[in-house]
Design a protein around this ligand. Structure first.
Ligand code: NAP
Length: 463
């Protein structure tokens, strides 16, 4: 095929890929079409890769094959992690994406050294800074989520000034390189400073803000890929990177609103972080109940709201919950699921698990819609959720202060399934457990729900 005709085919393939990327984002925004969205994104990425491999400017495939083997060697095991580890896996994916963008930018600089234009240097500088800080920032986020690093915010006096000075130094070095692109000694210093800034960006951020940080790092990785598209003159990379960057940015803003966090606070780490004192927890009495008693209470209810959290994901209790939902619904009891935007360990975590168990989508009710329902709810059944139902969010001196919660405390009766009195992600005690109307159902979420289902079935069988 002559080169001009081949180029037309390649351009066409890129346009199809871009359209599919846009459709993928649209479809991913609803659980009903999400699977189609994933497929569209996969086809788009495959099309873009195949078109790029057919680029007539490619001279040798050796290094590409080696890179593909290394990438697959890392990607396949990463794709097989348990769903509870997906947030840290996502952070690692961002780290690798950003690392590759930074490394290509670094290679472009050294290949072009001597004849690099100021404009190209500006593109490379921005791309390498964003790629490098996203790489180390994402590694720190993954380490915190995997609990290899402390989850609490690591802060010190004057931190913002130090962090912003480090970022400023990286920018000054980039500007100096734009003015004198041939001053090669400045380039590695700029990369190191940006890498250090990535660490400083994420270490002051506490566990409760981690979901927003992950989505922000996603945005940074997308923007560095878009800038890389300019460096490599790849239109598909510019569009895909911009889509990734802007959607991650919009998600970060939405999540900040959901958690009542200031965006600047997350963006600049400890900016404006309230220094909080964690109250010492004193042993207080709680009321507990058995599966049999819980089944009786549920059976007598007219309206039940199930509140799933991280513990449901750990126990993989979603299928048993679906059974419980079916049994209660058959008995004429109104059952719905309350979905907090940051329940679990990743955005949409509860939706994904409940959809996997075929819980009808219309039974999943978002926080703002379900909250007015709690005063009319006979039983709120909390399953492995803790921070998202913790009334401490209403207190001024709490680490989760200001975070919107599910108003479970307003229900007539509250039952909480968890294994112990241990705190959740934010590491704080929960007053909900000590209320007179609360019953603690101690045990693994899946086994306990199985027990309740068994009891209800026995009642049905016994007439
Ligand atoms: P949580 O506050 O972490 O509480 C989970 C509870 O589940 C724990 O108290 C634990 O108590 C219980 N649990 C664990 N394994 C269990 C099992 N096998 N069976 C029964 N219970 C079990 O969870 P959450 O209420 O869903 O809140 C989410 C938290 O994670 C928020 O602080 C949020 O900011 C943060 N976060 C969210 C995201 C996101 O995007 N969704 C990402 C990162 C962090 P026991 O140990 O006593 O059983």
């Amino acid at each position: 095929m002559n080169p001009a005709a081949l180029q037309q085919y390649l351009d066409f393939a890129y346009i199809v890929a871009v359209v599919l990327f846009i459709l993928a984002l649209k479809w991913l925004s609803s659980p009903v079409s999400a699977r189609r969205g994933v497929l569209a994104g996969e086809i788009a990425a495959a099309l873009a890769v195949i078109a790029t491999l057919n680029n007539p400017e490619l001279v040798a495939y050796k290094w590409i094959v080696i890179a593909l083997i290394i990438g697959a060697g890392i990607g396949i095991p990463l794709g097989m992690v348990k769903i509870t580890a997906v947030p840290q896996r996502t952070a690692l994916s961002h780290a690798f994406g950003a690392l590759s963008a930074a490394m290509i930018g670094i290679a472009e600089y050294y290949v072009g050294l001597g004849h690099i234009s100021r404009f190209e240097m500006g593109e490379i500088g921005m791309e390498v800074i964003i790629g490098s800080l996203t790489f180390t920032g994402s590694l720190i986020a993954a380490g915190k989520l995997q609990e290899l690093l402390p989850q609490r915010p690591i802060v010190y006096k004057g931190q913002n000034i130090v962090s912003l000075s480090v970022l400023g130094a990286a920018v000054v070095l980039a500007v100096a390189l734009v003015v004198h692109p041939q001053h090669a000694v400045l380039f590695p210093v700029m990369v190191i400073v940006a890498l250090v800034f990535g660490v400083m960006l994420v270490t002051p951020i506490g566990g409760a803000d981690m979901p927003t940080v992950i989505s922000l790092l996603n945005s940074y990785a997308g923007f560095s890929a878009a800038l890389l598209g300019f460096v490599l003159n790849s239109k598909v990379l510019i569009v895909a990177g911009a889509l990734d960057g802007s959607s991650g940015f919009i998600l970060s803003v939405i999540m900040c609103r959901a958690m009542n966090r200031s965006f600047t606070n997350v963006l600049f780490g400890a900016f404006g972080t309230v220094q909080v004192s964690v109250k010492e927890s004193v042993a207080r009495p709680v009321r507990s109940a058995s599966a049999e008693e819980a089944a009786e209470i549920l059976d007598a209810a007219r309206k039940v709201v199930i509140v799933p959290g991280y513990g449901m994901a750990v126990a993989q209790a979603q299928h048993k919950l679906r059974e419980l939902h079916d049994i209660l619904t058959k008995r004429g009891i109104e059952v719905s699921f309350a979905i907090h935007p940051v329940a679990g360990r990743m955005p949409g975590h509860m939706n994904v698990l409940l959809a996997e168990a075929d819980v009808p989508y219309d039974k999943l009710i978002e926080m703002d819609e379900i909250n007015p329902e709690f005063p009319r709810t006979d039983v709120a059944l909390v399953i492995g959720a803790n921070d998202v139902v913790n009334p401490a969010a209403r207190e001024k001196d709490s680490p989760i202060s200001g975070m919107p919660i599910l108003n479970v405390y307003e229900a007539q009766t509250i039952m909480v399934i968890k294994r112990s009195m241990n705190p959740g992600f934010a590491g704080i005690d929960n007053d909900l457990y000590y209320l007179d109307k609360t019953l603690m159902l101690f045990g693994d979420a899946k086994s306990f729900v199985s027990g309740i289902v068994k009891e209800l079935n026995a009642v049905t069988a016994g007439g």
